[in-house]
Design a protein. Structure first.
Length: 626
C-alpha cells in the first residue's frame, strides 16, 4: 500500500482550517454588527419617556405565566429564533413585580382606579393568585375602585377578576370555571411499539411519577391521591370566589348536565348565562366600557381613557437591580424554582451545585443574619436535593436561621430541601409531601434487534460496562434489577431518616405520611410536615424575628451572570421588549397542537434532566395542574 502524499494532506487540512477561520470571522463580525445596530437604535429611539397622567387608571394587563423566578433565556438566541419564525417562549411575569406595582399604585394619588385586563394571563398557581389578590384588596381599602373587563374569563383570570368592584363581560363573551385537574400523557403502548423496554424501581404506594411510562392510564391509587389534594384546591377556590362575589355555591356549575340545562335556558348565550348566575355584573361592549372609564379618569390623546400599563408603571417603581446598603443587616432570599438537577443550572432550574453556592454566599456574608429559601419545585435528583439540604444545615450550624417558604409546589425533592430548615412555612394551597424515591431506566435491546443491530463483547468482571451504558443496549439482567431496587429502598430510608431527624418524628411516623402521598399545605400542617401557614412575606418576617432583626433589608441572592452575559441581556433583552427586531405571530388555530407538543416536550425534557449520579429521583410528576 502506498503512503499518502504529505503535501496533499497538508493542503487538505490547511483548507479545512482556513474555512473554519472564515466561518468564525463571519459569525463574530455578524454578532458585532448586530450589537452596534441595537445600541444605535437604542440611542436614537424616539420612544417617549414614560409619564403618569395627572388622573389615570392603572391597566393591570398581565401577559404571561405568574412565576417566582423567571427562567434564564438567552435574549440574542431568542431574537434570532423569533426572527426566523420560531415559536417564542411563553412570557413570564414575576409575582413580586405585580405586588410592588399594586402597592405603589395604592399610595399614588395620580392612580384613581384600576382596570384588570387579564386576557393574556397564562398559568398561575392558586397561592400566587392569592398573593396578588391580597394587594388588590389593599388597593380597594384605600378607597380606589377596581374594574375588570374581558371577552373570556378562564379560571385564573376570574379569580383575580372576582376582586373587582365591577366585572364587565363582552356580550359575546363567556366565563368558564372548570375546576382543577391533572391529566398526564401516558407512553406505555407507544414505547412497546417502538420496542423500548422500561425498567421501573420505586418505593411508596402512592409514588406515581413513573406511571406514564409503565401504564396507559392512571392507577386507582394515583387517582385517589391526586383527587384528594385537587379537591382541597377546588374547595379553597370556590370558597374565596363565592364569598367575594356574594353568589351561591351552585352558581359554579360542575356537571355537564347542569351546564347544558343552564345554557339551554339562555338559548346558548354564555354571556347571558354568566350574568344570570351572578358571575359578572354587566355585559358591556369595548366602546361602552371605554366611555365609562373616560368619565371616571378623563380622556387621552388616543380617544381612550387615561391609563398607564403594567409594564410602563413597573419601569417607574421597580428598579432593575436592588440597591444594597452595606451597612444594614440582611434577610437573604434564595429562590429555588423548577426541576432539581445535579450540577449547575440557570434560573428556572435548580442545580444542586449552583443553588448550594447561592446558599453558601449567604452563609459567608456577615451582613446576612437569616435566610428564606423560597421553593417552587416538584423535585428531581435525590443527590442534588441532598447537596442543597446540606447547605441549609450548614447555615443553621453557622447560627443563621433558615425559613423554608413553600410556593405552589414543594414536593418530593422540593420537600427534601425544605426539611432541614429551622421552620417550614407553606400556603394553605401549596402542593407538598410526595416523600418517595424512584428510578427509571429505558433499554433498547429489542429495538436494536428489530434493526439488526447488536452490542457484544467481553469484560473482566460481570460488572464491566455497567457504568458506560451497556444495559441501555443489552437490557438489565435479573441481579442488576435487584441491585437497583436495593439502592432505591436505601434512598427511601435515607429520605425518611432525614425528614424524621429534622421534623422530630420517628421513621415509622414519617413512613405513615410518606409512601409518595401528596398533600396541600393545610393537610401537611395537620400531619406535622410544615410548621406554619402563611405567605412569602410572613416567612420573611419570621426569618427576621428568628434573627432578632427590627431594621433590615431583604437581599435576593440570585444566579450570577458573566460580564458578557449581562451585556447581552441588557442590550438584546431591551431590544426584544421594545420590539426593535421582528417577532413571529402564532395563529390561534395552532394553540391546540401547541399544547400537545408542549406536553411532549415537557415530559421528555424532564426525562433528559434526570441526571442523578445514582439514578435516584424524588420527583412528583402529577403535581402539575391543568
Amino acid at each position: 500500500m502506498s503512503a499518502a502524499n504529505p503535501g496533499l494532506v497538508r493542503r487538505f487540512f490547511g483548507g479545512i482550517w482556513r474555512g473554519y477561520k472564515v466561518f468564525r470571522s463571519l459569525i463574530l463580525n455578524t454578532l458585532f454588527i448586530l450589537i452596534v445596530l441595537v445600541v444605535l437604535i437604542s440611542i436614537f429611539s424616539s420612544k417617549d419617556k414614560v409619564q403618569v397622567p395627572p388622573t389615570a387608571a392603572l391597566l393591570l394587563n398581565l401577559q404571561g405565566d405568574l412565576v417566582e423566578e423567571k427562567r434564564f433565556v438567552d435574549p440574542f438566541t431568542t431574537l434570532l429564533n423569533e426572527s426566523l419564525g420560531a415559536q417564542p417562549e411563553t412570557p413570564e411575569v414575576l409575582v413580586s413585580d405585580v405586588i410592588r406595582v399594586v402597592q405603589q399604585a395604592t399610595t399614588d394619588d395620580r392612580i384613581q382606579a384600576m382596570v384588570l385586563d387579564l386576557s393574556r394571563l397564562g398559568r398561575a398557581s392558586l397561592d400566587k393568585l392569592q398573593a396578588v389578590g391580597a394587594e388588590l384588596e389593599n388597593f380597594k381599602a384605600a378607597g380606589k375602585k377596581i374594574y375588570s373587563r374581558g371577552t373570556f374569563f378562564g379560571q385564573n383570570q376570574y379569580f383575580l377578576a372576582s376582586h373587582a368592584d365591577e366585572v364587565h363581560l363582552d356580550p359575546l363573551g363567556a366565563v368558564l370555571l372548570e375546576g382543577y385537574g391533572s391529566f398526564p400523557m401516558y407512553y406505555k403502548s407507544a414505547l412497546e411499539k417502538l420496542k423500548v423496554n422500561t425498567h421501573v424501581f420505586r418505593v411508596g404506594t402512592y409514588k406515581s411519577a413513573v406511571e406514564p411510562f409503565m401504564r396507559d392510564d392512571m392507577s386507582e391509587e394515583a387517582k385517589q391521591d391526586t383527587l384528594f389534594w385537587l379537591n382541597d384546591l377546588w374547595d379553597s377556590y370556590k370558597a374565596e370566589v363565592t364569598e367575594r362575589r356574594g353568589f351561591a355555591a351552585d352558581s359554579i356549575i360542575e356537571t355537564r348536565d347542569d351546564f347544558y340545562q343552564a345554557l339551554q335556558q339562555h338559548d346558548g348565550d354564555m354571556a347571558e348565562m354568566a350574568l344570570a348566575l351572578g358571575l359578572v355584573d354587566q355585559l358591556t361592549t369595548h366602546q361602552a366600557f371605554r366611555q365609562k372609564m373616560i368619565e371616571l379618569v378623563g380622556q387621552n390623546d388616543n380617544q381612550s381613557y387615561n391609563y398607564i400599563s403594567f409594564d410602563d408603571y413597573r419601569s417607574l417603581v421597580v428598579p432593575s437591580r436592588q440597591i444594597d446598603n452595606p451597612l444594614t443587616d440582611k434577610v437573604a432570599v434564595v429562590v429555588a424554582r423548577g426541576m432539581i438537577v445535579d450540577g449547575t443550572a440557570r434560573a428556572g432550574t435548580i442545580g444542586g451545585d449552583s443553588t448550594a453556592a447561592m446558599l453558601r454566599r449567604a452563609r459567608n456574608d456577615d451582613k446576612v443574619k437569616a435566610v428564606v429559601l423560597r421553593i417552587d419545585s416538584g423535585g428531581g435528583s435525590a443527590f442534588a436535593s441532598e447537596i442543597i439540604g446540606r447547605e441549609v444545615q450548614a447555615l443553621r450550624e453557622a447560627g443563621k436561621p433558615v425559613i423554608a417558604s413553600m410556593g405552589a409546589v414543594a414536593a418530593s425533592g422540593g420537600y427534601w430541601i425544605a426539611a432541614p430548615a429551622t421552620e417550614i412555612w407553606a400556603a394553605p394551597t401549596t402542593i407538598t409531601g410526595s416523600i418517595g424515591i424512584f428510578g427509571l431506566f429505558h433499554s433498547l435491546e429489542d429495538s436494536f434487534g428489530a434493526l439488526g443491530l447488536n452490542v457484544d463483547g467481553v469484560g473482566t468482571t460481570e460488572l464491566s460496562g455497567l457504568s458506560s451504558g451497556l444495559p441501555f443496549f443489552k437490557g438489565l439482567q435479573p441481579r442488576e434489577k435487584d441491585i437497583f431496587q436495593l439502592l432505591i429502598e436505601r434512598g427511601y430510608q435515607d429520605f425518611l431518616s432525614m425528614v424524621g431527624e429534622h421534623r422530630g418524628m420517628s421513621i415509622e411516623d414519617v413512613d405513615q405520611v410518606a409512601q409518595g402521598r401528596v398533600f396541600t399545605g393545610q393537610r401537611a400542617l395537620e400531619y406535622g410536615l410544615v410548621d406554619n401557614l402563611g405567605s412569602f412575606e410572613d416567612a420573611i418576617a419570621a426569618a427576621a424575628e428568628r434573627a432578632g432583626l427590627t431594621n433590615y433589608d431583604v437581599k435576593v441572592i440570585g444566579h450570577q451572570l458573566s460580564p458578557f452575559e449581562q451585556m447581552v441581556v441588557d442590550i438584546f433583552g431591551g431590544a426584544a421588549n421594545q420590539g426593535w427586531l421582528p417577532q413571529s405571530v402564532v395563529g390561534a388555530e395552532r394553540q391546540a397542537l401547541g399544547r400537545l407538543t408542549q406536553q411532549l416536550r415537557h415530559d421528555f425534557v424532564t426525562l433528559s434532566n434526570f441526571n442523578d449520579p445514582q439514578g435516584l429521583y424524588a420527583f412528583c410528576l402529577l403535581c402539575q395542574i391543568d
